[in-house]
Design a protein around this ligand. Structure first.
Ligand SMILES: Nc1ncnc2c1ncn2[C@@H]1O[C@H](COP(=O)(O)OP(=O)(O)OP(=O)(O)O)[C@@H](O)[C@H]1O
Ligand SMILES: [Mg+2]
Length: 256
């Protein structure tokens, strides 16, 4: 029998550990195939960007990951466990939170109530942690949310609502945060601020980011690794630097 006292302690999560792996995932709407055998990996603490033009399948990829749509074939592994086909409420319990396109806040509820909704998937013990340390982290990332805790979500500006949606997702204590075009509709100044905050979140090391963006220029500034989707298939992968230097990307997404 192995001697428990001399067994090495479990290694903490570190950058480089694979967190999420998609293996040849294909998703259909009816008979229409939208995702074509997508494979990708996200490591701990990494920012992975998914780029692609309108209709490429970016949102469908996130919906497949978060359990809103089931893939027809392929596997999704999160921390080496299969989450393929799990419903959304079960996926969030595994530690994947998302900030959907259009934010989906509860407009008539306050900023604080929207943040609290983010904790509903948690156990009592975890919720306590969320309501202390994590709430403090959210307020320090987005000071405006602290100032406006009582304001109705629908009366916040577009940028503030985006911050609230991100704060709500963080309140679920995710290990992976999936964001669908967080820069959409924001001024260039706010886009830069949003990217800085995303970098800061990933920099803590315990949360990986899967960042779907049409704003390739902004995403490439912070991403570690990039997948470019076209008509449902991965057409290019590489580090942000490699993708930036690709003539295809220059022509298609960065205006030459
Ligand atoms: N519920 C649905 N039923 C049928 N087809 C759908 C559905 N949702 C999306 N599609 C189709 O799937 C394809 C991919 O759509 P998706 O929303 O994933 O693209 P996207 O890359 O997120 O685009 P955008 O940049 O415009 O948000 C499109 O052709 C779209 O019309
Ligand atoms: Mg989309």
């Amino acid at each position: 029998m192995a001697d428990r006292d001399t067994a090495p302690p479990a290694a903490p999560a570190r950058t480089g550990t694979t967190r999420l792996r998609l293996e040849e995932v294909s998703t259909f709407y009816g008979e229409a195939q939208v995702l074509k055998a997508i494979s990708l990996t996200v490591s701990a603490g990494q920012i992975v960007a998914i780029l692609g033009s309108n209709g490429a399948g970016k949102t469908t990829l996130l919906k497949t990951l978060t359990g809103l749509v089931a893939p027809r074939t392929g596997k999704i592994l999160f921390e080496d466990r299969s989450i393929t086909g799990l419903p959304a409420h079960a996926v969030i319990r595994q530690g994947i939170a998302s900030v959907p396109e259009g934010r989906e806040l509860f407009g008539s509820l306050s900023v604080m109530d929207n943040l609290l909704i983010g904790t509903y998937s948690l156990s009592a013990k975890k919720r306590k942690e969320a309501l202390t340390d994590r709430l403090e982290m959210v307020f320090s990332l987005f000071p405006i949310l602290r100032e406006r805790v009582r304001q109705k979500a629908e009366t916040m500006s577009g940028g503030q609502q985006q911050m609230l949606a991100m704060g709500r997702a963080l309140m679920a204590l995710p290990k992976l945060l999936a964001l669908d075009e967080p820069s959409l509709g924001l001024s260039p100044l706010l886009v830069a601020e949003m990217m800085r905050v995303l970098k800061e979140i990933a920099g803590r090391g315990d949360i990986s980011l899967l960042l779907v963006e049409q704003n390739a220029r902004a995403a490439l500034k912070i991403a570690d690794y990039v997948y470019v989707l076209d008509r449902g298939a991965v057409v290019l992968t590489g580090t942000a630097r490699e993708v930036l230097e690709s003539p295809v990307i220059q022509a298609a997404y960065l205006g030459g």
